[in-house]
Design a protein around this ligand. Structure first.
Ligand code: AMP
Ligand code: GLY
Length: 425
């Protein structure tokens, strides 16, 4: 069995790692991969921006399954092209991926199917957008429609900030993603990511996880792709979880009714408001860094789950999870999310991996003349599993202390809120 994983971040290392534990012993390929996936898979140095290039490689190198990590290949129709040549793809076609690729598509879908979310309106005119902000006041949220790598959202606490965000969108700061601006109601509450496997009919939720998007401790500083994550999430009780699962089920049923055959991961980005969970956004793929705490806890064979997903057999699958806590701390290059240098030496990863329960997933790393060096903003994800959140945090930071990268930055409070809520602090 041969499986190709598309992507080269911490998420893809975690996917490759989970696939490598399979009883099927698949031969794994990762395109382009990173310094970590190189230990478990054959890294394939092919540009993944253009789906035609990926398909051309698959035609020369037959595989039984393609697993897509990032959103861009899905939104531009990689799954459709693979279907055309008869290769199963874990990840939706372009129509399904619109749920992530267009905030307007997602909002309209939620509207049609009664799914709770922030009230929102879309604008193609700057003046109308500014007038709407004036009328509704702050706090208010301004979003560039389309993919902006998580950077197109401004939570404006005052009107001046909202106006500036509208101006930035229409000035083209987010490229094509800013040609339409969505302005929405500000919601308050803890956030939580719930990912689910779905074959377009059955929805099998994973364990909920909490991301930390701000760069610095105490949720301060600029937004990032994610600085750390943990599970379980104490803010999610059984009833809240059931409500979130019901929302994902309604979403999949809604798409099915509209002719979209969605197979892969549906990721719900929820905010837990006083009125119950509401959807902030959907993603059409595994989350990064959520995957780095979720998949290590999956006891069911991931190869079986993925083939059941693409073959529409998920109704016959039960997912089994470890009941451990998991914490993942992101080690970032100095300067991230702003500019940073690359090719800095990385030391201590082997020692960190020796800490009980710890796995170091690689994100922005590569091998240069056989040595591990940095190759991106988020460099490593240090994941620790343990029977309690307190122990998982201790193990993760013990491992972090063993790793050295000149000028590296990381948050020291990943999982701390959960710990306090659990009374373990
Ligand atoms: P999004 O990419 O749409 O999930 O937005 C990125 C981040 O902005 C979210 O994780 C939230 O922290 C914040 N955010 C987005 N929409 C809202 C909203 N309506 N109310 C409050 N915060 C929001
Ligand atoms: N953790 C946020 C994302 O994957 O989009």
């Amino acid at each position: 069995m041969r499986i190709l994983v598309i992507g080269g971040g911490g998420r893809e290392h975690a996917i490759v790692s989970a696939l490598s534990r399979s009883a099927h012993k698949p031969e794994l390929f990762c395109m382009p991969g990173n310094g970590g996936t190189a230990e478990l898979a054959v890294n394939v140095a092919v540009e993944i921006e253009d789906p035609a290039t990926i398909v051309a490689w698959v035609e020369r190198n037959p595989v039984d399954l393609v697993v897509v990590g990032p959103e861009v290949p899905l939104v531009v129709g990689l799954a459709n092209l693979l279907k055309f040549i008869g290769v199963p793809c874990f990840g939706p076609g372009a129509a399904g991926a619109e749920i992530e690729g267009s905030k307007i598509f997602a909002k309209d879908l939620m509207g049609r199917h009664g799914i709770p979310t922030a009230k929102a309106e879309a604008f193609e005119s700057k003046d109308e957008a500014l007038a709407y902000v004036q009328e509704h006041g702050a706090p208010i949220v301004v979003k560039a429609d389309g993919l902006a790598a998580g950077k197109g959202v401004t939570v404006a606490m005052d009107i001046a900030a909202a106006n500036a965000a509208v101006e930035a969108c229409f000035a083209g700061d987010f490229g094509e993603a800013g040609e339409i601006v969505v302005i929405e109601e500000y919601l308050e509450g803890p956030e939580c990511s719930l990912l689910a496997f779905t074959d377009g009919v059955t929805v099998l939720p994973m364990v909920p996880a909490q991301d930390h998007k701000r760069a610095y401790d105490n949720d301060e500083g600029p937004n990032t792709g994610g600085m750390g994550v943990y599970t379980p999430v104490p803010a999610v009780d059984a009833e809240t979880l059931a409500q979130m699962v019901a929302i994902l089920e309604r979403t999949v049923a809604g798409m099915r009714d509209e002719g979209i055959d969605y197979r892969g991961v549906l990721y719900g980005g929820f905010i837990l408001t006083a009125e119950g969970p509401k959807v902030l956004e959907y993603n059409a793929r595994f989350g990064d860094p959520e995957t780095q705490v979720v998949l290590p806890l999956l006891k069911t064979d991931l190869v079986d789950v993925m083939f059941a997903t693409v073959d529409k057999r998920l109704s016959g699958v039960t997912l089994e999870w470890s009941d451990q806590a998991a914490v993942s701390v992101v080690l970032a290059s100095g300067g991230y999310p702003g500019s940073y240098t690359t090719e800095l030496p990385i030391s201590g990863v082997a020692e960190a991996n020796e800490v009980p329960g710890v796995t170091v997933f690689h994100a922005g790393t590569t091998l240069k003349d056989g040595a591990l060096v940095t190759n991106g903003g988020r460099v490593l994800n240090v994941t620790a599993l343990a029977p309690t959140m307190a122990e998982a945090r201790t193990r993760a930071y013990e491992a972090v202390d063993l790793i050295d990268i000149l000028g590296m930055e990381y948050r020291t409070d990943i999982g701390l809120k959960a710990l306090q809520a659990l009374g373990e602090a």
